[in-house]
Structure formats: C-alpha cells, structure tokens
Design a protein around this ligand. Structure first.
Ligand code: ZN
Ligand code: ZN
Ligand code: FE
Length: 759
C-alpha cells in the first residue's frame, strides 16, 4: 500500500550535495516525491511502501551524505497521497535559496582519490578532479545562486561526458559545479621566472625541480603557495631570505600521517584535525633532533603540518614521504597572491618556477591554523575550509549587523538570525592591498548572504582603519562603538554559546580603553551588553609607542626602572650588559617628558618585558615573537612562584620583576625563571577569579585575548581554575586573538540595541 510522508531534515546541510543524495536514495527504493530546501531545512515529500520509507529514513540517519551534519530528522506521516509519478528535485524558493549556505572549500574525497590513481579512469592523473563531495567552492563563487554560471568555472564548456555526469541524478557529479576533465577543464602549466613555458608533464618536472632545491610558486585553492623541499637547509634558507620573513614559522605539507610521524607526535584528536575535510594547518609538538631544519620554525617547539587537500597536492607528493614547505605566497606581511599576474610580479624575486593553472580564484583565502587543546579544536586562524560557514549562536540577532573587527588579524562579521557570518582571516589592515580585501570582502559577503546591515559595530580605537571605515559608512545609521576587551570576552562567550554575567579575563597586546589608555591586562565582569573593569595590570609607559612592541628591551628597562630606580643599570645581570645606555637615557627623558609614551596595562607587554629581561632577543620580527620564545624556553614545571601585588583595582608586577632579577643574580636558569613567571600569571588569574567570585557570586570564567594562545599559561590557568571549581570557557571555533573581535562586537551591539540601553 502506498503511503505519503514528509521528512524534514534540520542541520547544516552543506552545498548542493544533499538533495542529489536524497534523489539517488529515493530512486533506488522506487520512492516518488519531491525534495526541496526551505527555511525549515530540507523537506522530503515521499510516496511509496511504508517499509521503503522506513528504510530510507534509517539510511539517512545511519549514512548521512558527506559534509552534512544533521541536527534532527522529523517525520510527518499519514498525509493524503498526491500520486507523484516520479522523484524530482525542486528549485529552492527565492527566499530559501538565499539561505542555502555557500559551502566551504573541501579537500579531495576518497572516491576522487581512487579515480585519480586508477589508470582505467578517464580522469587518471587529472589534477582538477572533484565531485559533489569535494573540491573548491567558496573561493570560486562569484555570486549566488551557487551554480556553474556564477563561478569561475563558467569559462570552461563541459564536454559531453562531463555534462552527462553533471545531469545524471544518480552520478556522484550530479550538479557538481566545478566538474571537469582533461578534455574540457582547467589545465596545469609550468613556467620559469622569465615566463617561458616548460615542455613535458608539469607535475613530473615540478617534482624534479623541488628535489633539486628549487623554489616553486604553486597556485592552490585560495592563492599561491611558495614551496620547497622541507628537508633541504639550503632551499629553506634561500626561501627565508628571499621572502624577508626572518623568523615566522613556515607551514609544511606531507603526504600522510606516517610521513609526519618522524617529526611530530600526533594524538588521536590531532589526527582527526589533520584528516578533517577542512584540512587546516595543525600545530604539532616537534620531536627532538629530527631532520627538519630549525630554520623552518626558529625558536618554536611546534611544526605546522597539513595533509594534501587538492588533487595537485596528491600528485606532487605521490610516492614521496618527504615533507614540503608550503608557505603563503607573499613577501613578508603582504597578503597572499591569488591572481596570476600579481603572482608573476610579486613573487618573481622569490620563486624560481611557477606551477599554475587557468581556473581563476575569485577570493583570496589563507590556510587555516588550528591546534588541539583539551580535546577540542582551537582555531587560531580561521580561513580556508572554515569560512564562510556561519558561527551558530545561542542568541538571536534581531538586526542585521556589520561588525568591522580590529586592526591586526582582522576579520569582519555579518549577522542574521542565529548565524554570525564571521569572515575568513583578512590580515593586518596596514597596507592598501589588505584594506582592499577588507572592503571588497564585506561587499562580497553582503551579496552572498543577502544581508544589508542597518547597524555597524566598531572598535573604540580611533586610528584603526576598520574604525575609520565604520564611521565613514553613510548608508548605515546606527553605529555602536565597542571596547576591545569587552569584545574579546563576548566573542569567547558566543563561541561557547553562553550568556549572562561572567568573570572575563582579557589578556592581550594592546586595545583601546574607555579612558583612552591602552589596555590589555584586564579582569572584567561582563555580559553581552555591559562590562565593568574590576581590576587591571598597573599602567607603565609604552616607551617609544609602536617601537616598544618591536624592541622588548625597552619594556624590560621601563619595569626595572620602576622597581630599582635608575641604578638598575648597575645590576649584575646580562640584561644591563647588553643595554644600550645612551638609548636608554634618551628613552628615560622621553618618558619623563611624557613624549610618545602612552600608558598601557597590557599583559602581552609584560611577557615582552620578561622576555627582554632574560635577553632572549632585543628585537622581534613579528608580533608576539618575544612572548612565544619565552614560552618555548620554559621548563615544564615551576619549582617556585613570583607574586603580583593587588592594591584595590591595580595589579602591580613590581615584586615579580624584583624576584626575577634576584633569580638572575642567583644564576637560576632562564628556563626556570620563565616557568616561574608563567606560573605566577596562572595563579594571578585564579586568585583574582576567587576574589571576584566572593564579591559577585559568579562562577564562570572566560579566558580571551591573544595571550591565551600561550599553551603553558592556558593549560595551567584552566587546570588551577577547575581545581577551584570554576567553570572555565576557552576559545574553540573562533580565535582568541583579534580574529575573534568582530564576532564579539556583533553580539554586544545586538544586546545593547535589544536592551534599548545607552550605545
Ligand atoms: Zn570527490
Ligand atoms: Zn569533460
Ligand atoms: Fe586584542
């Protein structure tokens, strides 16, 4: 007997693969009906034998299509049959269409992989193989709806065979928009730096060139990589000097887990992260004395590895267990190249050869960076494979908000209902090219997700280019300024889907405070609409402004001067031996005169100061380097601890600095001094949290800000807080650094507008 039932599937159903999947399963069971997307989810209207429908639902539950994460399957039965004569995929209603999320870019699937290495397959060794379950998505999408005409694949006319697959609902390539083959699709080409094309199989030659220590610029999903043999000291050194990237770690790619294992330990959770279809760079602990030259990641105890994620990567790494350096194709801190012309120009001084192709990349996208913490994924840079999937929030956004984010590690955010469309990592808004990615990115997301913001949220810092952009927007009336550290705490709350009042610990580099000073060592009591600054690190002068960030010795000198007076220069510690006395004299009179010495309560700068005091380096080559190296030298266990003094709402580090100097005079190893310092900061967090708990009856502690990328500190702080029965929240889906600021701004603006309070 034929019955009719409706199945409503809710959850994240990525891309276009879901409806074809339903189609093929329904046809296999001779079920007729319709499938369509609407705002409720995917609605499947089925007619057929009750047992067939039953099996269909069980199949869906047991083996959902790849890339989907089903939240619920609801069934409405005993409907009056309409006597469908076939099964059809209905076009989404205009309304629903816009709500279909644009999929993230997905790593090559198993089926495509077995085809590419199968001699009898017509796509044997075709470097652009893909299907509905894998391949480029967001980076080739120009506009909605997502179909071939609206992607950069538009320029390739499908051959008859590809078209038949594309049009066949039971084929794995049914409506796979980037479908292609060697006859009709994109083609790989290899050039030297003069633009001369090399004859022969580009992959075979490219592999040979890499083996010979050459540097290749290789076009990928979101831009160009600079690639070389990771085991060759010469090649790595050449790349480093040509790229002007003195110390920043290079990312690596290896063929398989077993090709990574000689260099890094891999936990089960890390393995899952490496193998996820997002294929991020995963920071792994480096084993001692392995064959990867130190120059790949100087001064850092981790290596950033990823597994191949395009067919081209698989072909390049075929039958070789040697890892490759795969770093972003740029010079220094510029954004990565993603257009061929641009790459030829900007990378010609770095790359010896260019391995490229004619499938245009529509939007620039870096590789994502994650690590494992507490058996949870901790995203440090959210880009390819993650964006533009929305961050689902527990709160509902009542208005369409555009949040412009911070200056460094910028992201922006657009909102609708329970979704925060947090952009991919844009970069540091300090050069024109990055600023253009920011403004064009906002336009692109606005169109793709059909969001016209009527509210704009921005950072209090008047000099941030994102702030200036927000203030200059004339088509948005409501503008909501948000304090930087409040935004950090709110972003971590949204990340963890919690609401209400919490104890917020915001430790970072620098952020603009309500008093116009530079904050960064903050204890807040906060909810989404308000924040109260209950305690903070005592202010010190940031001697020389931005220069103090690049030269940690300045901060060490400032702290020592506070503790010991000017006679600190006579202390018998290595630091004073290296101190440029004349420069210190100038600096000291600058501070006295209040010239270019803004006050700061930054915890990040205290880390710099201690790093400077231990003479780890006098100058940093990238933001956070001094603190990273301080963490890396730290002993695992601290045998003693320093103390901060708390006077009212001020936390002084003077006693701590004095103790560290005494330890130096006693010849305590710097590794131990570093551990003691880290341990002191972890204890400060717990002590302050306990004090605030007693006064405010709050038990939830939220840790945010760039300083919490420090794993020594994070692990110990979380451990101590849990031991004191606090509920602790750390970042997972959203970075704790300034990449999370825009999300925080969005939830705060939403809460303020809702409560009708003061903006
Ligand atoms: Zn595939
Ligand atoms: Zn074809
Ligand atoms: Fe920050």
């Amino acid at each position: 007997m034929t019955i009719r039932a409706q199945i409503i599937v809710r959850g994240i159903v990525q891309g276009v693969g879901f409806r074809p999947f339903v189609y093929s399963h329904a046809s296999r069971r001779a079920l007729n009906g319709r499938v369509l997307n609407n705002s409720a989810g995917v609605v499947i209207d089925l007619e057929g034998e009750a047992s067939d429908i039953e099996h269909f639902v069980r199949d869906l539950e047991a083996n959902p299509p790849p890339l989907s994460s089903i939240e619920s399957i609801e069934r409405v039965e005993n409907l009056v049959p309409v006597e469908y004569s076939d099964f059809q995929i209905l076009e989404s209603k205009a309304e629903g269409q816009k709500l279909v999320p644009i999929s993230v870019d997905v790593a090559t699937c198993k089926d495509c992989l077995s085809e590419i290495f199968d001699e009898s397959n017509r796509r044997y060794r075709y470097p652009f193989i893909n299907c509905t379950n894998c391949g480029p998505r967001f980076t080739i999408t120009e506009r909605i709806p997502y179909d071939r005409e609206n992607t950069t694949m538009r320029v390739f006319e499908m051959c008859d065979v590809c078209r038949r697959e594309y049009e066949n609902p039971s084929d794995r390539r049914f409506h796979a928009e980037p479908t292609a083959c060697a006859l009709c699709g994109p083609r790989l080409r290899l050039f030297d730096r003069e633009g001369e094309e090399l004859d022969g199989d580009p992959i075979v030659i490219a592999k040979r060139l890499l083996e010979r220590g050459q540097i290749l610029a290789i076009k990928g999903i979101g831009g160009f990589h600079l690639v070389c043999d990771a085991l060759s000291k010469e090649a790595v050194g050449k790349l480093r000097s040509r790229k002007f990237r003195e110390d920043k770690p290079f990312a690596l790619m290896a063929r398989s887990l077993s090709a990574i294992r000689p260099f890094c330990r891999i936990s089960n959770h890390e393995r899952a992260l490496l193998e996820s279809t997002s294929r991020p760079i995963v920071l792994l602990e480096r084993t001692k004395g392995n064959a990867i030259p130190r120059s790949v990641s100087p001064g850092v105890n981790t290596l950033g590895f990823m597994l191949p994620y395009t067919p081209l990567h698989y072909l390049l790494l075929e039958s070789s267990d040697k890892p490759l350096v795969m770093t972003s194709g740029n010079i220094s801190d510029e954004p990565i190249c993603f257009l061929d012309d641009d790459a030829n120009q900007r990378l010609s001084g770095i790359a010896d050869y260019f391995l490229t192709h004619d499938r245009p990349i529509h939007i620039r996208m870096d590789d994502s960076v994650v690590r494992s913490f507490d058996e949870r994924e901790m995203v440090l840079r959210r880009a390819r494979g993650y964006a533009p999937a929305p961050i689902r929030t527990s709160i509902r956004f009542e208005r369409s908000i555009l949040a412009c984010g911070a200056e460094l590690k910028n992201t922006f955010c657009l909102t609708r209902d329970h979704s925060a469309f947090l952009s991919h990592h844009i970069g540091d808004l300090e050069n024109l090219e990055t600023l253009r990615s920011f403004t064009e990115g906002i336009e692109h997301y606005r169109h793709l997700f059909d969001i016209s913001p009527d509210v704009v949220a921005y950072d209090l810092h008047p000099e941030y280019l994102s702030t200036k952009f927000a203030l200059a927007l004339d088509d948005v009336e409501i503008k909501v300024p948000v304090q930087h550290h409040h935004a950090h705490i709110a972003s971590c709350m949204a990340d963890n889907r919690i609401e209400g009042e919490v104890i917020g610990v915001a430790f970072d580099g620098l952020g603009y405070g309500w008093d116009g000073k530079l904050w960064g060592g903050e204890f807040l009591v906060a909810d989404f609409s308000q924040a109260e600054r209950v305690a903070h690190l005592a202010n010190i002068p940031l001697a020389g402004g931005a220069k103090a960030i690049r030269e940690p010795w300045r901060l060490a000198a400032v702290y020592l001067n506070h503790v010991f007076g000017n006679s600190f220069v006579e202390l018998d510690v290595p630091f004073t031996g290296e101190l440029p006395l004349n420069r210190w004299a100038t600096l000291n009179s600058m501070i006295a005169g209040g010239i270019n010495s803004p006050e700061t309560s930054s915890m990040g700068r205290l880390f710099d100061a201690v790093s400077g005091l231990l003479t780890l380096r006098s100058k940093v080559n990238y933001e956070g380097q001094a603190a990273i190296e301080l963490e890396n030298i730290a002993d695992k266990v601290a045998t003693d601890i320093y103390e901060f003094q708390v006077n009212g709402d001020e936390i002084s580090a003077q006693g701590l600095i004095r103790r560290a100097v005494e330890d130096l005079l006693d010849k305590v190893p710097t590794a131990q001094i570093s551990a003691r310092f880290h341990c002191s900061v972890a204890h400060l967090i717990v002590n302050m949290a306990q004090k605030i708990r007693e006064e405010r009856q709050l038990n939830r502690v939220v840790l945010s800000g760039g300083v919490f990328q420090n794993m020594w500190l994070l692990e110990h702080a979380v451990q101590l807080l849990r031991a004191s029965d606090f509920e602790v929240f750390t970042h997972s889906r959203v970075p704790s650094n300034d990449g999370g600021i825009s999300l925080g701004q969005a939830v705060i603006a939403n809460a303020r507008l809702q409560s009708g309070g003061e903006i």
